[in-house]
Design a binder for this molecule. Structure first.
Ligand code: FUB
Length: 327
């Protein structure tokens, strides 16, 4: 089994990028609490972010210390969850992160730094029009930047009935999702970022994840439907949208010809890890592709105490990702 990247702290939800010839990893920073496990994810009660970096996979890993604290973000009440970072056209680094606002509703925030490791200075308010969790950034070859986001149950995606979010339906907060014959699954969201990287340039749009016939995946198809942990990468000109299936614990993916989708479901990337959650990123560095992910091996199976690991990701001749096991 691969070793944890660091063992001095618990880390999860790794978003990895190759910046300035080095791999930077933006994880959640898990901490011990006595909060009882529930389907709203209250036990994931993180209060700050650390950034990790390394020259290459296998080289020593630097923990750069605290990059941003929840208490320094005016709009946040609690639970800074899975972040990501993008380099803007101005060369600066933009950390995108989800947290509950003062009303307990998950929103997305942004914080900026001159350096990939931070420290990051947060904008005073959340990104207008943002909702739910797990922002993952993608900068396309033409410089257009996008943020992919959304997560159901604790991530509250089921509380919104329109693509761009809109009114928050508190009656759906908690472990609710659609069900029934022919009922489509809830869909992840994407928004193009403004040139200054601080706001959405357009209202959020739904991302369609479809089967080989072009039909939307169904809500009851828990082995394949989107749950949380969006990630987008590009390989040989094709867009790969990957995500967690949540309660069936797979990392899955689909491919498409536009960053907005639709994405046709292709298969699994990673079989279930030790622990309830699974969350990842995919990055190319020095000519190889890497899957950063987490499991709960270091904490001996405590679901909210996770550790980031990495495995080499390979494609077959058709460009399909070869399914991995955590071992
Ligand atoms: O880390 C808190 C939450 O757990 C993330 O937002 C989810 O993706 C899951 O990994």
């Amino acid at each position: 089994m691969p070793a944890s990247l660091v063992t001095n702290i618990f880390t999860a939800d790794p978003s990895a990028h190759s910046f300035n010839g080095r791999i930077y990893v933006y994880p959640s920073h898990d901490r011990e609490t006595d909060i009882k496990f529930n389907d709203r994810g209250d036990q994931y009660d993180m209060t700050d972010y650390h950034v990790l970096s390394m020259d290459r996979v296998g080289a020593p890993v630097t923990d750069h210390g605290i990059a941003l604290k929840a208490e320094d973000v005016p709009w946040v009440s609690k639970q800074v969850w899975a972040p990501d970072c993008a380099q803007g056209p101005d060369g600066k680094f933009y950390l995108y992160f989800p947290a509950r606002d003062k009303q307990g509703i998950f929103r997305l925030g942004v914080a900026v730094s001159d350096k990939p490791e931070g420290p990051f200075t947060p904008d005073p308010d959340y990104i207008p029009g943002s909702f739910s969790i797990n922002p993952a950034s993608f900068v396309d070859d033409d410089g257009s930047a996008y943020v992919y986001f959304g997560g159901i149950w604790g991530g509250q995606l089921q509380c919104y009935s329109s693509p761009e979010g809109g009114a928050f339906d508190a009656s759906q907060d908690g472990p609710h999702e659609p069900t029934g014959a022919g009922v489509p699954a809830l869909l992840p969201r994407v928004a193009k970022l403004s040139k200054d990287m601080h706001t959405f340039a357009e209202p959020a749009r739904e991302i369609q994840v479809v089967d080989e016939k072009g039909d939307l995946l169904l809500a009851d198809d828990h082995e394949r439907r989107f749950f949380e942990a969006s990630w987008l990468h590009k390989y040989n000109g094709l867009y790969y949208f990957s995500y967690s299936t949540g309660d069936t614990h797979f990392l899955a993916y689909g491919t498409g010809t536009s960053p907005y989708g639709p994405f046709t479901y292709k298969g699994k990337i990673l079989e279930p890890v030790v622990g309830w959650t699974t969350h990842h990123s995919i990055v190319e560095h020095e000519g190889k592709w890497w899957l950063f992910y987490h499991d709960c091996e270091l904490s001996k199976g405590v679901n909210h105490l996770r550790s980031v690991k990495v495995k080499e990701l390979k494609y077959d001749d058709k460009g399909d990702i070869i399914t991995m096991t955590p071992e």
